[in-house]
Design a binder for this molecule. Sequence first.
Ligand SMILES: N[C@@H](CCC(=O)N[C@@H](CS)C(=O)NCC(=O)O)C(=O)O
Length: 120
Amino acid sequence: MVIIRAILGSLILLIDWLTTPRGVKRPAEQQQKINEATQALALYQYKACPFCVKVRRAMKRQSLKVQTFDAKRDDASKQALLAGGGKLKVPCLKIEKEDGSVEWMYESNDIIQYLSKRFA
Ligand SMILES: N[C@@H](CCC(=O)N[C@@H](CS)C(=O)NCC(=O)O)C(=O)O
């Protein structure tokens, strides 16, 4: 089972690498503003999780520079996700809002929808 999972994971990463989407090109000023806004975001993820790959590809397509944390290999990230989000499930987008509150958004489709609404 572990071997099958490892093979599938490698395959997912290979296909992702071979078919990496191009990022949208924006005027420098607009991209700079978006880069500033995405500093308040962080993606907790596993490298080879298909749902995480889907979210990372959506970010790439939209040229969103979002910091990522590996909640499988990095114990501090795992603990941060558990403490903040409440469950060890990925992908999870941490959103720091202007009023100081923090939202932990689970579900790949919800994250993709949120990003495309906010940065379209
Ligand atoms: N419906 C969820 C599925 C996410 C999911 O099943 N993630 C798996 C990793 S691929 C997970 O976090 N499982 C819990 C664990 O590994 O502890 C989504 O689309 O985000």
